[in-house]
Design a protein around this ligand. Structure first.
Ligand SMILES: [Zn+2]
Length: 567
């Protein structure tokens, strides 16, 4: 396609067409290509790379992030990818990327928190309740150096002034149920606390607060008024400390922290498989994830990083073996720090934003049964209608069907299982747009790049010490890789001649969504109507007919509409 934008506007006679018939053969790609992907993609290889990434405490701009970035870059080079590099952008608290002020890098060398015991006149170390060396998650991000011996005081949540009334906080270490950053202004700036201990619980899901051994990733403010430090402890540790304080016991602590913010860099690993079409090779289909987060951060998000790396390995290998042809468009892989790294990249290197035509973004794609995760294939915002979501849904639907058939009967053409993984059906959910990861940045009005978003939710271990590799299912990694690889490879080669098969998928997806809206809630119906207005702006008569179409009972639907925007 020479034109940058091409619109194909079609009215289809939907009624009576076999759109809802379950696919038996793979959609959109020739079967030999789908089969090659299914055979080559390895859940075990993805999990081995995940284990490597998850050993690093990957805070933005830190040595741990850099180690993970080097690991990914080394793998990408070994796999034979082109243009492998670690891009660096100043993160000094001064540089701006778009409207985003960079945050300084942060590193820690040492941190320990001891409960002290009095022997005679002197306090001596008694119980070590937090060690950065053993568990880096126990030191809140953006903690600064300190060497403080002080008593502990319980401030409850510590987020309102009333929590401090009648308490002498100055010079003491406060114990809070809230995140350190949420109490910092009151506890440290206003009332003069020497530091913070937080037992903030895991993110709110049905499993919130259930596991008393869980330790949550903690944060202080990135641009604080007063420098301080904070340790994160489990509910079990906090309960014991609170009970002792409630009985009037003095708890004397010794905190030693050698850590701090410093000017550094956002690092973004990238690699490509070059496109070959003279007119299309400057366009790119990007695979995205986020490489930062606390150790272990296995599902969030070593899983997405290792899975797009496995997509990279597989595509490169199949292309070099001649099992897949070289793509028309360039396929790019990007491993940034979450959201701020992508914002930095697209602002600092606008050529990336110009070249990237679609994104396959993976953030939490490996959660096994322990995590309670449900896998989602998430659409874009209604303001940015695109067929790319229908492409992903087509491959996810095929994967659901094949893996269910295998689970039920022990036989399927595409079981898509890893020998070290589970055999349960995938049951991917097709979800409307939701925010919360780098796909927001691509699809936001500054860039308007459609992004397919694969994500697990809920996950009872997210952002805690228990988000471990042990909970990751290699079968699920393989299936996420398969849906992503097939979608991305199709998009890298899509041309105007593919309009017919895409429209079939788009109409099938639309009918599924609208039927779901009709059978569930009124908001579902109204969002379907909004979608109709979005896709048909500019033609009032068509819009009227479409609204009529959606307002009819399903059995009376006779026409459908898809506006297909290719790149
Ligand atoms: Zn994430």
């Amino acid at each position: 396609m020479e034109k940058r934008l091409a619109y194909i506007f079609v009215i289809l006679g939907v009624f009576g067409q076999p759109l809802a018939v379950a696919a038996q053969k793979p959609p959109l790609l020739p079967e030999n290509q789908v089969s090659a992907l299914a055979q080559e993609l390895s859940g075990e290889t993805a999990k081995r790379n995940l284990e490597g990434i998850a050993r690093n405490h990957r805070q933005r701009g830190s040595r741990g992030f850099h180690a993970a970035a080097e690991l990914v870059a080394e793998r990408a080079r070994t796999y034979g990818l082109s243009g492998v590099e670690i891009l660096q952008f100043p993160a000094d608290g001064e540089a701006f990327y778009g409207t985003q002020r960079s945050r300084q890098s942060w590193d820690a060398d040492f941190a320990e928190l001891w409960v002290m015991r009095k022997g005679g006149d002197a306090w001596t170390p008694f119980v070590l309740i937090a060690s950065y060396d053993a568990m880096p998650i126990t030191l809140a991000e953006d903690s600064e150096s300190a060497d403080v011996a002080a008593d502990l005081i319980d401030v409850g949540a510590g987020t309102a002034e009333v929590d401090y009334s009648g308490k002498e906080v100055r010079g003491k270490i406060v114990l809070t149920s809230a995140q350190p950053g949420a109490v910092q202004n009151l506890a440290v700036d206003k009332f003069g606390a020497a530091g913070i201990i937080s037992y903030a619980m895991n993110q709110r899901t049905a499993w919130w607060g259930e596991d008393e051994n869980m330790i949550r990733w903690g944060h202080l403010q990135s641009f604080p008024k007063t420098k301080t430090f904070a340790f994160m402890v489990s509910l079990k540790t906090a309960r014991s400390l609170r009970e002792r304080l409630a009985h009037g016991e003095q708890i004397h602590l010794h905190a030693v922290v050698r850590a701090g913010q410093h000017p550094g860099s956002y690092e973004v690993v990238t690699a490509i498989i070059p496109g070959t079409d003279p007119k299309l090779k400057n366009q790119e289909i990007a695979f995205s994830c986020h490489l930062d987060h606390q150790r272990p951060g296995a599902n969030d998000n070593a899983s997405g990083c290792a899975t797009i790396l496995e997509v990279a390995r597989t595509l490169q290998k199949l292309i070099s073996e001649g099992k897949l042809s070289r793509p028309a468009r360039t396929i790019r892989f990007i491993w940034p720090p979450e959201i701020e790294g992508t914002t930095t990249l697209l602002n600092a290197k606008p050529e990336f934003a110009q070249r990237i035509k679609a994104v396959v973004h993976m953030d939490m794609v490996g959660g096994g049964p322990e995590t309670k995760a449900i896998f989602h294939v998430t659409r874009g915002p209604l303001s940015l209608p695109s067929f790319v979501h229908d492409v992903a849904e087509a491959f996810a639907d095929f994967t659901n069907e094949q893996t269910e058939k295998f689970a039920n009967t022990g036989t399927a053409d595409y079981p898509l299982i890893a020998s070290e993984g589970g055999k349960e059906p995938l049951r991917a959910e097709f979800a409307p747009f939701s925010m919360g990861s780098d796909h927001d940045v691509y699809q936001e009005g500054s860039f308007c790049i459609p992004a397919i978003y694969f994500n697990d939710w809920p996950d009872r271990y997210i952002h805690t010490n228990l988000d471990t590799a042990a909970n990751i299912d290699p079968t699920k990694l393989k299936r996420a890789a398969f849906i992503g690889a097939a979608s991305g490879y199709f998009l890298a080669n899509v041309r105007a001649g593919d309009a017919g098969i895409i429209i079939e998928q788009s109409v099938a997806s639309a009918i599924r969504r609208h039927a779901a809206g009709r059978t569930s809630t009124r908001p579902g119906v109204s969002s379907a109507l909004r979608l109709t207005e979005d896709v048909c702006t500019g033609d009032p008569s068509l819009r009227r007919r479409l609204i009529g179409f959606h307002a009819q009972p399903a059995t009376q639907r006779a026409t459908g509409c898809v506006r297909l925007r290719l790149f």
